[in-house]
Design a protein around this ligand. Structure first.
Ligand SMILES: [Zn+2]
Length: 102
């Protein structure tokens, strides 16, 4: 039996922007994973819990859309986008990652 994979098609990517007064500052921007790849973004995090994510499905094959999943199952257990969280029947409450990517 195939194990159902967690697939999140949106993520946040780290970008830089001009700071008022000069210089750059990092910020996180919400994007679809497919667009982030086209834009050659390299740093990703979960848009809901800000936890680390793995990039998957980047094969370029027709019909395969790139996606991310949580690196840490602890994040998936309490993230509103996490498969484990969504399947949980214990009435748990979502919370941000204990190890957020900042
Ligand atoms: Zn998450």
């Amino acid at each position: 039996m195939a194990v159902e994979r967690e697939k999140m098609y949106e993520c946040e990517v780290r970008r830089r922007r001009l700071k008022p007064g000069g210089g750059y500052e990092p910020y996180w921007k919400l994007k679809s994973v497919a667009v982030a790849l086209v834009d050659e973004d390299t740093e990703f995090r979960c848009k809901d819990c800000f936890g680390a994510v793995k990039l998957l499905g980047r094969t370029g094959k027709t019909g395969i859309v790139a996606y991310v999943e949580h690196k840490l199952s602890a994040d998936a257990e309490f993230c509103p986008s996490g498969l484990i969280f969504q399947r949980a029947t214990d009435g748990r409450v979502a919370k941000p990652s204990a190890n957020p990517v900042v």
